[in-house]
Design a protein. Structure first.
Lengths: 555, 139
């Protein structure tokens, strides 16, 4: 594989390819695989590098220490050269991401929760936000195809979803912690289902089966978490697609007709290069894509590329998130994986206006982790409180805490739907730059009153559920800061060019040979993990581009 | 970062305030958090080095309780780096892991085709029997 990678990563001066893709994360990888299979010449520019499974820290004794710095999901904490910094002083939530082949899925937990039918019809059903230009049923065939590329594990028949094809690999064990959570939900008569995860339980499409090591969120050293470097790129490279890593795109260039002609990028030696293309597809995530469009100003596009609507960068949705921890008398093998979701619950997913907010949230039950994690709860030291002397706050108190919690915890993560608001946005920072001197993005984001009420309601219900499961102690972290995993909505998809950035097929209204296939185009965010839908939408848009190739405009 | 014997002695003394001996659990210094474990921690997390060094210098030649408490009040960043270095090393110690029953991030065997308990004891069937809970696409 190394030789194949090397052969496919060389820039060719002056070459014009059919399609240039910016970003080798989940959406860009889907596009690269399918476009190259259809005979398009494809080059993908990725600012990061290929992940090396041997570098992932999960097998190392210092694993827990490394999760808090070098493998932290916040690029501002990692502070690595291939990350770009993000100015967050005006944001309630820190955006999280990872630069590399596979993108942020390198560090995701693999929760596989496709959008529900109501998520595509929020305006029609609830009178707020927007409908999507297509429906759940329109997307379903693409979802089912993607699930077989990804190697999803799960149990069919979840009544939270319409019927669909079975998953390609059997469900992972829910473990003692999942069982404990399920027992509480069962007592209350609330929905739960064994977790569906982008983590195969048997060998599948280049992936090894999950060994339950429980280190999913720092990269899987077993090669058992579905990431596109394993599931998509080997196919794309075999098809002849080329992937240039260490390539940080600075600008999309346009010709006198207003068509995109390719990208200017900085290679990892600091040299400026150009990649010419007939069609450009942006897949740089909900922050990277609008950043690049705003960077690509010209006399023809003075407000940034594809921004005649003024909506580029606006409507950022990041899913405010709360976590609720339960401690139990029984040992729960809390360090064992998967660190995807053991079980999930959609009991309070749909809108009930009597609750005082619109829309809802999904819960995922996860294990408690190792002993160092037990000394804190999602980043906050829980034993160093108030003005107590250090030896009173730590000391025996630390031992008691670990004794009580380690191996006895389960955690509900609550992902609440984030409604779009134009004030929540990505702009270019006037001072901060990345290591190549390119202006960094700045996030302006406030958690809405609706989100706050939603999370508080769901926290209360999670506490009920944990109580029903027999928790002897609980703790809540409301609206955590380092939780901006899901970067959505900043290049709105819609039919009206005055009120949206891309059309229903991901083509920008203003630049007819430029497309956006990532989560930037999402009109709404759902109240769940979006990777399944991001990849399915990318496949839908890619197939349309392939089918319409004879009619597609090109530079 | 090179630490001498006297540096490690200071580190050990103040580490035992953070992690003293308690019931079955040994004190931090008893498992060597100031020795090889500290080296391992700082290799893994070189960003903690400055804080650890500052903590040692702050506490050198001072009464250890007064020193650690003033470190907490006056240099929180160094205190946080120091405590993470102590606890990070402590929970990497083999002896501590055995006492806690933590084997590390292991890979327990399982059979993906085994029929799960939830499929045979009725707990999941009750969910299914309650029926669909999604709102269908409006027509």
């Amino acid at each position: 594989m190394a030789a194949v990678k090397a052969a496919q990563t060389t820039a060719r001066r002056g070459e014009t390819v059919d399609v240039l893709i910016v970003g080798a994360g989940p959406s860009g990888s889907v596009a690269a695989k399918h476009l190259s299979a259809a005979g398009f010449s494809v080059v993908t520019l990725e600012q990061g590098h290929w992940p090396e499974a041997n570098n992932f820290p999960g097998r190392k004794p210092e694993f827990e220490l490394l999760t808090q710095k070098q493998w932290h999901p916040n690029p501002n904490v990692r502070d690595l050269p291939r990350d770009y910094p993000v100015e967050t002083s005006d944001s309630d939530i820190n955006p999280l991401m990872f630069a590399g082949v596979g993108g942020s899925t390198t560090l995701y937990a693999g929760h596989w929760t496709p959008f529900l039918p109501s998520d595509f019809r929020v305006r029609t059903l609830d009178g707020i936000a927007d409908d999507w230009p297509f429906t759940y049923e329109d997307l379903l065939p693409h979802l089912e195809e993607i699930e077989h590329e990804v190697g999803v594990s799960g149990l069919p028949g979840n009544p939270a979803y319409p019927p669909q094809n079975a998953f390609p690999t059997p469900p992972l064990p829910i473990g003692k912690a999942g069982r404990k959570a399920a027992e509480g939900l069962d007592k209350l008569g609330w929905h739960w289902w064994p977790g569906t995860n982008a983590i195969p339980s048997i060998p599948y499409n280049g992936l090894n089966p999950c060994v339950r090591r429980g280190t999913c969120m720092t990269g899987c050293p077993e090669g058992a978490k579905s990431t596109a470097d394993i599931t998509h790129w080997p196919h794309a490279l075999k098809n002849g697609a080329r992937l240039i890593t260490g390539a940080r795109v600075r600008e999309i260039e346009v010709d006198e007709r207003g068509l995109a002609t390719g990208a200017v990028y900085i290679d990892e030696n600091g040299r400026e290069r150009r990649q010419n293309a007939r069609i450009v597809v942006l897949c740089a995530n909900g922050i990277g894509t609008p950043r690049l469009l705003l960077l690509s100003k010209s006399s023809r596009f003075p407000d940034g590329l594809a921004n005649s609507s003024g909506l580029v960068g606006k409507r950022l949705m990041m899913h405010p998130f709360s976590a609720v921890l339960g401690v139990f008398n029984d040992p729960l093998d809390g360090w064992q994986g998967p660190f995807g979701q053991l079980i999930d619950s959609f009991e309070f997913y749909e809108t009930d206006e009597k609750r005082g907010f619109m829309r809802g949230a999904k819960w995922g039950a996860m294990p408690g982790g190792g002993p160092l994690g037990a000394t804190s709860f999602v980043g906050s030291k829980v034993f160093a409180e108030g003005d107590a002397k250090v030896e009173d706050a730590w000391g025996a108190n630390l031992h008691k805490l670990v004794d009580r919690r380690f191996n006895h915890m389960l955690i509900y993560g609550i992902i609440g739907e984030d409604l779009p608001e134009e004030a929540n946005r990505v702009v270019l920072d006037s001072k901060l730059t990345d290591s190549d001197g390119i202006p960094a993005p700045k996030i302006v984001y406030k958690v809405s009153d609706n989100s706050d009420k939603m999370l508080r309601f769901h926290v209360a219900r999670c506490l009920e559920a944990l109580g029903a499961s027999g928790a002897i102690e609980t703790q809540v972290v409301h609206q955590m800061r380092d939780t901006g995993w899901h970067l959505l909505g900043t290049c709105l998809m819609g039919d009206d060019p005055k009120k949206s950035v891309v059309d229903r097929w991901g083509r920008t209204h203003d630049v007819p040979n430029m497309y956006i296939f990532d989560g930037s185009a999402f009109p709404t965010s759902g109240g769940l993990n979006p990777t399944a839908t991001i990849m399915s939408v990318a496949l839908r848009q890619t197939k349309h581009l392939i089918n319409e190739r004879r009619n597609a405009e090109a530079a | 970062m090179t630490l001498g014997e006297s540096d490690r002695a200071v580190f050990a003394a103040i580490a035992d305030i953070i992690v003293p001996a308690w019931e079955r659990m040994p004190a931090a210094s008893a498992v060597g958090v100031h020795e090889d474990l500290l080296d391992a921690v700082l290799r893994a997390r070189p960003d903690l080095g400055d804080g650890v060094r500052q903590a040692i210098e702050h506490c050198r030649d001072r009464e250890r309780s007064e020193a650690v408490n003033s470190l907490y009040r006056e240099n929180r960043a160094a205190f946080d780096a120091f405590t993470l270095a102590v606890t990070g090393g402590y929970y990497m110690a083999d002896k501590v892991r055995v006492l806690l029953g933590y084997p590390g991030q292991e890979s327990p065997e399982y059979d993906p085709y085994e029929t799960a308990q939830y499929l045979t004891d009725g707990i999941l069937e009750r969910v299914t029997r309650r029926g669909a809970i999604y709102r269908p696409t409006p027509r």
